[in-house]
Design a protein around this ligand. Structure first.
Ligand SMILES: [Zn+2]
Length: 358
């Protein structure tokens, strides 16, 4: 008798399903599914005579019970402490999902072989009921406010169960992720996904009058708005200029080498630039980019134009420091805002070096 059967207690007198038989049964399930599970195929897979297994009291039902019955029993005893514990609905949902992961680990070979084990009757005539604890947690969470109130709690529980179970099985079994990492990452993603998806209708219901402001407030340099700082000389002086453009250092910034380029004429956006100026913008933008890159230690030069502040055409050139990949793309202006400012003198000095390289 295989000693490892000690970890799979069977009722007194019931036939023993040893590890070899267990593995063989899982192998048949992998190839044939539950429909194709027969004692004959298990016997063939394990290299023993069907009649020998039969004489030991083994049957398809006994093999089935050894896997699915034990899964159901393990599920009940795993969820019992969670169902009887305290805490908010959300806390219990997290505990339930994490316990589900631990359960899956104990039955990983079966889970990797078939995704239908949870669909089987847990005893003859007893339909599976694995969602029940999760439905309860969602109900409780909605009541105590720790989880969003969902319209269809059964399908939400179904999503939570399956969205945790199968990625977990895959990352554990096929990617070899450590259990703790797989558990915390997947449960975290599923919880946040559910909270985000279910809270969207609330955001949608925000009244349009609360966020729409029509007419929009006038911008600097726009009729009815404050005067144009660029035309009025209210900005930093140009460190470089030609017939069409002026180049300026910023103030209160954190990225030396940042500059902004303005048109000499007071026009608003690209659509307002005379065609010759629009064409010339490409030429001058390339010069500014090249000049900034001469400062060195930079990965790229970003161009940003929003136009929400002032109505005088200007484009920002921001150098992204080499290796600062977390500031890629749209993150750079955010980092620029968050990082400690350097002095305006330092920004002006860097801009002058850019100007000298133009
Ligand atoms: Zn202007």
């Amino acid at each position: 008798m295989n000693r490892s059967t000690a970890t799979h207690p069977t009722p007194r007198g019931a036939p023993i399903v040893d590890e070899e038989l267990r593995r063989a049964t899982i192998e048949v399930l992998r190839e044939r599914g539950f429909e194709g599970l027969t004692l004959e195929r298990v016997a063939e897979s394990v290299g023993r005579a069907r009649s020998t297994l039969w004489r030991q009291g083994l049957s398809r039902d006994v093999l089935f019970e050894a896997l699915v019955g034990e899964l159901a029993e393990d599920f009940r005893s795993t969820m019992y402490p969670v169902l009887t514990s305290g805490g908010t609905g959300r806390e219990r949902l997290v505990q339930g999902l994490e316990s589900l992961c631990k359960l899956l680990d104990r039955h990983l070979p079966l889970m990797l072989a078939t995704d239908e084990a949870f669909h089987q009757e847990t005893a003859p005539g007893v339909p599976p009921d694995y969602l029940h604890p999760f439905i309860q947690f969602f109900h409780e969470g909605a009541r105590d406010g720790s989880l969003p109130a969902v319209e269809d709690v059964v399908s939400t529980a179904d999503v939570a169960f399956n969205a945790v179970a199968w990625p977990y099985v895959h990352l554990r079994g096929r990617h070899g992720w450590p259990a703790k990492k797989a558990r915390s990452r997947i449960v975290g993603v599923v919880l946040n996904g559910i909270a985000a998806a279910e809270s969207r209708p609330r955001a949608k219901s925000r009244k349009e009058s609360e966020w729409r402001q029509i007419p929009e407030p006038p911008r600097r340099g726009e009729p009815g708005g404050p005067p144009c700082g660029i035309c009025d000389g209210g900005t930093t002086g140009a460190v470089w200029s030609d017939d069409n453009w002026t180049l300026h250092p910023p103030v209160g910034g954190s990225l030396p080498g940042a500059v902004w380029l303005a048109s000499r004429v007071h026009v608003d956006s690209f659509v307002d630039l005379p065609e010759a100026l629009a064409a010339d913008f490409g030429r001058v933008a390339a010069r500014v980019e090249r000049a900034i890159l001469t400062l060195g230690d930079l990965a790229r030069v970003h161009l940003y134009r929003w136009g929400d502040g002032g109505a005088h055409f200007h484009v920002w050139f921001l150098p992204r420091p080499l290796g600062m990949v977390e500031a890629s793309g749209m993150m750079l202006p955010i980092w620029e805002d968050v990082l400690a400012n350097v002095t305006d003198e330092e920004l002006a000095a860097a801009a002058k070096r850019v100007a000298a390289a133009m």
